[in-house]
Write a protein that binds this ligand. Structure first.
Ligand SMILES: Nc1ncnc2c1ncn2[C@@H]1O[C@H](COP(=O)(O)OP(=O)(O)OP(=O)(O)O)[C@@H](O)[C@H]1O
Ligand SMILES: [Mg+2]
Length: 388
């Protein structure tokens, strides 16, 4: 039975196409179409197949399919096609992973993907393959995988470099800070005032540098997903009071007050290091970016939906809309007209944002220039507990 007849007889019901349609469609298709008989010889190849494999039609017709397959894949592929007839599977994606390698006339290998259809005409098995060249796709995927692997390697190298560097810097820095404090306090014998003043400067500069190194290390741990939460039930009021005490001297220097307005029964299931770290950063910002003496407020409340909101409010210099949208980006800082040379690395809010995210919580910033800023943290109901 000739192939044209075979294809045209096999028209699906109930809408048969006009005679000759199947052959025309196959002939003109941009997908390569190849039909094999039971001896695995090519009995049909359309123009796209001729282009794809680089053989003339005459060099394909009547030749075994082996011609188009690399030697290593021939046996497996032919066996796989025959198994379709045995199992009465009528169509399958090409090859076990949807793609196989094929051999062109010039000896080069290409990746092809598509569908294999197994059918019978008057009891004689046939196989049709509708194929596309997937070489560019496969190469792009391989490149992407390579890039992702490189990026992961680089990220790991960067994290371990930062961790080692931070350790190497912190050890001598702690010695500098400790001895500078001795000099500032003249704890081992009297010293001229000037030297004590220098000691104080070294001490302050050392403390600042240590804070920067700690922030860089914290950010690096968060970015490389190495920071894990150690969760316990935290009494939010205790944490707020602790933060108020820790920052009270800094607040008093600028004439500010920090107040905590937190109901005693509210507990948060969270990390005992992260929550103070979050609040210290937020209250620290409120103090740093307030020119006029004022009040910084830490407030917590239960929302109607059962979430816990913790807010830090100030009446400081505020932020423009553009600043608000970029403030959580690492190392992003903004010059403030009303504040000259405020120290900082621009990591505080990035660290807060990442810690908040680790808790499955959300952070929002409301701010207006010259009016003040409120940062709200919204912890999900699953983290809220109540003291008995
Ligand atoms: N309460 C606030 N009021 C006004 N501006 C703020 C406030 N909090 C943050 N900002 C702005 O957002 C920027 C980013 O804040 P972030 O805490 O990340 O960095 P930083 O305070 O500059 O430095 P670091 O916290 O690393 O010492 C700040 O430089 C500042 O411009
Ligand atoms: Mg900050």
């Amino acid at each position: 039975m000739d192939l044209r007849h075979a294809i045209e007889c096999d028209a699906p019901e109930p809408a048969p196409l006009p005679p000759g349609s199947y052959r025309a469609i196959l002939q003109e298709s941009h997908d390569a179409a190849i039909v094999l008989d039971d001896d695995m010889k090519i009995v049909f190849a359309n123009a796209s197949a001729v282009r794809m494999f680089g053989y003339s039609r005459r060099a394909l017709l009547g030749r075994p399919i082996d011609r188009l397959l690399p030697e290593s894949a021939r046996k497996q592929h032919v066996g796989w096609m025959r198994s379709m007839q045995r199992a009465e599977v009528h169509s399958r994606p090409m090859g076990p992973r949807g793609r196989i390698q094929a051999l062109r006339a010039d000896g080069s290998l290409i990746w092809i993907e598509g569908t294999v259809v197994a059918y019978q005409i008057a009891g004689a098995p046939y196989y049709a393959a509708l194929l596309r060249d997937a070489t560019q796709c496969v190469e792009a995927e391989e490149q992407l995988q390579q890039l992702a692997a490189d990026a992961q390697r680089l990220a790991r190298a960067r994290s371990s470099f930062i961790a080692n560097m931070s350790h190497e810097l912190r050890t001598p820095l702690n010695a500098v800070i400790g001895f500078a404090e001795c000099v500032a306090k003249a704890s081992v014998g009297d010293l001229p005032d000037k030297y004590r003043e220098y000691g104080t400067h070294i001490h302050e500069a050392g403390e600042h540098l240590l804070a920067v190194i700690n922030d860089i290390l914290a950010m690096s741990e968060l970015e490389s997903r190495q920071r894990l939460l150690h969760e316990t039930e935290l009494r939010v009021r205790d944490v707020a009071d602790q933060v108020c005490r820790m920052l009270s001297i800094r607040a008093a220097k600028g004439g500010h007050r920090i107040v905590a307005d937190v109901p005693a029964h509210l507990l948060l299931y969270g990390d005992a290091v992260a929550l103070p770290q979050i609040l210290i950063n937020l209250v620290g910002n409120s103090l740093k970016y307030s020119t006029q003496p004022g009040c910084v407020r830490i407030a917590a409340r239960l929302l109607d939906g059962g979430e816990l909101e913790i807010a830090v409010e100030d009446q400081g210099v505020g932020m423009a809309r553009e600043e608000v949208s970029q403030a959580t980006q690492p190392f992003r800082r903004f010059a403030k007209d009303s504040l000259a040379n405020v120290a900082g690395t621009g990591l505080g809010l990035a660290i807060v944002d990442a810690l908040v995210w680790l808790h499955g919580a959300r952070m929002t910033i409301e701010s207006e220039l010259g009016v003040g800023t409120t940062v709200r943290l919204l912890f999900p109901t699953g983290r809220v507990r109540f003291a008995s």
